[in-house]
Design a protein around this ligand. Structure first.
Ligand SMILES: NC(=O)c1ccc[n+]([C@@H]2O[C@H](COP(=O)([O-])OP(=O)(O)OC[C@H]3O[C@@H](n4cnc5c(N)ncnc54)[C@H](OP(=O)(O)O)[C@@H]3O)[C@@H](O)[C@H]2O)c1
Length: 291
């Protein structure tokens, strides 16, 4: 099976390396060409348009920043649809609004291309070993024909039915990431403000029912001011904006999301966007004038 990959940022690059190491033939495209060098060294064929990725592949995986980027590589000049051929399937692993995703599935279907929305949980560090967690929705027959590939990328794949459902759940998942990052960052800031070593706070937190993967792992990097990105703060802000739009369109009130959106937007304005999303702690340090 020939696989295409569009978007070789942090997550796409790791997925691509894993697919090559698992024996798949891979054709890749990225808007900025130097981000394909590592994949090329590992045996990927690099092309200069999404159209060529479509032409060379049975299944194309998209892992780009946002809905605009997905639209750009899919439907605009030299997009995937212009490389269409019989049986082409698209799996979109970018995190976008479920409404956009549903529309995209329809637009692909007008070109006889079947699209699944296949967002993932987990970063490049687990993607490199095929250990993501995936949510998938769309046509069940299409899903079945991609299952082997999706099982290579993820340890668990949840099929959720109708197109857009996977992206809806992904938004609820990223809401958890947002709140956890803020809760730990404010806990650390509070203990620091009371002249208590935040390691003590984490040690006790991790002895309780309220511990999380974040408090057991990333939090220790956070208190060392290590915000090397695996998922950038600006990309999480983009997802909070999407959660906010989605909830508004449903007439839902999510007060904590509203506040989190404001905090993350200010952090991006203050120049923290390229840090890991846990760099929200560095922003709190700044606004509290902590050295
Ligand atoms: N990192 C994670 O842990 C993680 C986990 C789950 C889901 N995700 C989601 O996966 C997607 C990619 O995340 P990432 O961490 O890999 O982000 P990233 O490192 O910022 O990479 C973003 C990718 O999107 C491309 N892109 C941006 N705007 C574009 C446009 N207008 N046209 C074409 N390509 C465009 C970038 O191309 P250039 O190189 O040219 O800028 C790059 O390949 C995002 O939707 C993110 O929310 C990430």
């Amino acid at each position: 099976m020939k696989i295409g990959l569009i978007g070789t940022g942090m997550l796409g690059n790791a997925i691509g390396i894993h697919l090559l190491h698992s024996g798949y033939q891979l054709t890749v495209f990225n808007r900025t060409s130097d981000k394909t060098i590592e994949l090329e060294k590992n045996g990927a064929c690099v092309v200069s348009t999404p159209k060529e990725v479509g032409e060379n592949s049975d299944i194309v995986i998209i892992v780009v920043k946002d809905a605009n980027a997905v639209n750009h590589v899919s439907f605009e000049k030299d997009g995937i649809v212009y490389g269409n051929h019989k049986g082409l399937i698209v799996c979109d692993m970018s995190t976008i609004n479920p409404i956009n995703s549903k529309n995209n599935a329809e637009k692909f279907s007008n070109h006889d291309i079947s699209m699944l929305d296949t967002p993932v949980m987990g970063g490049p560090n687990v993607a490199i070993n095929g250990e993501l967690i995936m949510m998938a929705s769309g046509n069940k027959n299409t899903f079945d024909s991609c299952k082997k590939l999706l099982d290579t990328i993820a340890t668990k794949v949840f099929f959720l039915g109708e197109s857009g459902t996977a992206h809806s759940i992904k938004l609820a998942m990223n809401l958890q990431i947002t709140m956890l990052a803020l809760a730990i960052s404010e806990g650390i800031t509070l203990t620091r403000g009371m002249n208590i070593n935040p390691e003590t706070f984490l040690e006790i937190l991790n002895s309780t029912y309220f511990k999380t993967g974040m408090s057991e792992n990333k939090a220790f990097k956070m208190i060392q001011d290590n915000f090397e990105p695996t998922f950038t703060l600006e990309n999480l802000k983009k997802d909070i904006n999407t959660i906010s739009q989605a909830s508004k369109s449903l007439g839902l009130e999510l007060p904590m999301t509203k506040k989190a959106e404001e905090v993350y937007e200010n952090a991006v304005k203050e120049g923290f966007g390229k840090l890991d999303y846990t760099g929200i702690l560095a922003y709190l340090k700044k606004i509290n004038k902590m050295v």
